[in-house]
Design a protein around this ligand. Structure first.
Ligand code: HEC
Ligand code: HEC
Length: 280
């Protein structure tokens, strides 16, 4: 074997090794970047942290004060009688098959109607997310009617949150049911835990505060307004986590991507060996 041929072979081998190392290496770098991004996030979210410290402001989730517009309440009342009273009772005080809505409040009515959970078809089925059954103005009217029954919780206004804190709070309070990635799962007795990929920030804060059964209620004693804002921010982040790196093979992960690198690398090596062989 001549010297130049040896140099060429060594070069090809090095090229193949580089290919092999490429995909997993990018993963490590991307993971480090991601970790850094989560750490750095607080600085990128203006107002959230400073607001809490500077003014000592608690309660960043302010309720929107419901302007009780009598015409809107009346419109809501007539929709209620048609679509809801069969289960919740003519005066919304509940029946054998549906709970009272007297203390449900705007937050609960808004959550159940906007996520299409209500009206149910069958009172024994678990309410799940559907396309809303009513247009926004009718939802507002129904919400106004339910809110007029008593002073239940108002619709929250979500403020910017801290991603790193949200990540930690989500792991502690939510992940055991919704899974680390918010993908959902199942509880005992056939209850489904929904994925959070369609949940807006308002959905997250409303769900935490009202606890759509069998999810527990996370009241202000358990999670402060800032903490639910942090969790809401983190759930939005879960919808679009930064690119995980790799060679764009549909994000198969390091092992399949490494395998493709290996096959391509070995293929190139064999091809070059053949070329050298036939020339000699
Ligand atoms: C077929 C019966 C049925 C109909 C119709 C129905 N609901 Fe319900 N609703 C239920 C049941 C049952 C629950 C309890 C669900 C649970 O806890 O899993 C419920 C729960 C709710 C809640 C949550 C109560 C709380 O304590 O926070 C709200 C709000 C609500 N319904 C509003 C409505 C509205 C508004 C309508 C009409 C547009 C409606 N529902 C129509 C059966 C019904
Ligand atoms: C014990 C299990 C459990 C825990 C803990 C839990 N959830 Fe849930 N969650 C559920 C179940 C079950 C539902 C579906 C309820 C229903 O039938 O409407 C749900 C529904 C939701 C929804 C509505 C999803 C949608 O868009 O349709 C959101 C948002 C949500 N949870 C957020 C959270 C957050 C945030 C936490 C932590 C603070 C949390 N959950 C903790 C079980 C849980």
């Amino acid at each position: 074997m001549t010297g130049s041929r040896l140099v060429m072979l060594a070069g090809v081998a090095a090229f193949a090794l580089l290919l092999l190392a490429f995909a997993p290496g990018k993963h490590a770098a991307a993971a480090a970047q991601r970790a850094a991004a989560v750490q750095a996030a607080p600085r990128g979210v203006p107002g959230a942290v400073q607001g809490g410290v500077k003014g000592g402001v608690q309660g960043l989730v302010q309720g929107v004060v419901q302007q009780a517009d009598p015409a809107q309440v009346a419109a809501g009342r007539s929709l209620y009688v048609t679509h809801c009273s069969s289960c919740h009772g003519f005066e919304a005080t509940g029946t054998r098959i549906g709970p009272s809505l007297e203390h449900a409040g705007a937050a609960s009515a808004d959550f159940y109607l906007r996520t299409g959970r209500m009206p149910l078809n069958d009172p024994t089925e678990q309410p799940v997310r559907h396309r809303p059954a009513f247009p926004p103005d009718q939802i507002s009217a129904l919400v106004a009617y339910v809110a007029s029954l008593d002073a239940g919780p108002a619709i929250p206004t979500v403020q910017p949150g801290n991603l790193a804190d949200g990540n930690e709070l989500f792991s502690i309070n939510c992940a055991q049911c919704h899974n680390d990635a918010g993908a959902g799962g199942a509880l005992g007795y056939g209850d489904i835990v929904p994925p959070l990929r369609h949940s807006s920030s308002v959905d997250v804060v409303e769900a935490a505060r009202i606890g759509p059964k069998p999810m527990p209620v996370f009241g202000p004693q358990t999670l402060s307004d800032q903490q639910v804002n942090d969790i809401a921010a983190y759930v939005q982040y879960l919808h679009h986590p930064e690119d995980r790196g790799g060679l764009g093979l549909g994000h198969l992960g390091p092992i399949p991507e490494g395998f493709v690198g290996w096959v391509v690398g070995m293929g190139a090596l064999l091809l070059v060996c053949r070329l050298i062989g036939t020339r000699g």
